[in-house]
Design a protein around this ligand. Structure first.
Ligand SMILES: Nc1ncnc2c1ncn2[C@@H]1O[C@H](COP(=O)(O)OP(=O)(O)O)[C@@H](O)[C@H]1O
Ligand SMILES: [Mg+2]
Length: 236
């Protein structure tokens, strides 16, 4: 459903992505893993229309996304959960969720979507009238994911959902993401520095290093790949 080919993105003289190609198929969960500064956020921002590439193509179900703005891409049912959560801390949990359904098709199904995300995240249901900023980091990350789901996405893009969270909270977060993946036909694209946790739920993965992808495969293949093990899985 998502096809990225030969993508090049620069910030002035800094070449952040140098010829990236990847694919996400219907209902698949794909992980892009790599260290800090590898180009992961740049890749996601380009897919969702926040950055323009120098070269290359991004297609969603055959439609060209290059040149479309972030709002048009959201209307095509692509939800981007940004790095660092970015929930509206001075607004209630409920109002944050409602903002996630800002495009017409999502608005038409708002009640249904709210019921779905509040049943998926009972913690948010308990805290729905609380200001988002009063919640823990893990709860805010869950809110950010739930807000993304309010768009009724066919592709959910997540930028480092584990970032800044304690290991036990990361596990709980990924348990939820795995549950979402198993119980829906939505495609997911997850970017992570935490390689083992991302591969634990992804069907396939790509390793992004200095703006290029040299290693990719099924999560099972990557977990036993000697280079991946040495660089990212903490085995010596
Ligand atoms: N706004 C920016 N201006 C200039 N350079 C940037 C900007 N954002 C990112 N970069 C650079 O682009 C490269 C990739 O960054 P990024 O996509 O944020 O990596 P990651 O998300 O994998 O940590 C890095 O070298 C980073 O310093
Ligand atoms: Mg990043």
């Amino acid at each position: 459903m998502l096809k990225v080919e030969n993508l090049h993105v620069s910030y002035g003289a800094i070449k952040a992505l140098q010829g990236i190609s990847l694919e996400v198929k219907l209902g698949e969960c794909v992980a892009i893993v790599g260290s800090n500064g590898a180009g992961k956020t740049t890749l996601l921002k380009t897919i969702s229309g926040l950055l323009a590439p120098l070269q290359g193509s991004v297609e969603l179900d055959g439609a060209n996304l290059i040149g479309q703005n972030a709002y048009d891409i959201a209307k095509m049912a692509v939800a981007h959960v940004p790095e660092g959560r970015r929930v509206f801390t001075e607004m209630s949990v409920l109002d944050n969720l409602i903002l996630g359904s800002y495009v017409k098709v999502a608005k038409d199904h708002r009640k249904e979507s709210l019921d779905y995300v509040l049943s998926l995240f009972p913690r948010l249901a308990e805290r729905k009238n609380q200001l988002a900023g009063t919640m823990s980091g893990g709860e805010q990350q869950m809110l950010a994911v739930a807000r993304g789901l309010m768009l009724r996405p066919k592709l959910l893009i997540l930028d480092e959902p584990s970032s800044g969270l304690a290991p036990i909270i990361v596990e709980q977060m990924y348990e939820k993401l795995g549950e979402i993946h198993k119980t829906s036909d939505m495609a997911m694209l997850i970017v992570e520095q935490n390689v083992p946790i991302a591969l634990s739920i992804a069907d396939r993965g790509y390793v992004l290093e200095n703006g290029v992808i040299n290693i990719f495969g099924t999560s099972k293949e990557l977990m036993v790949d000697p280079e991946v093990k040495a660089a990212y899985l903490g085995f010596h």
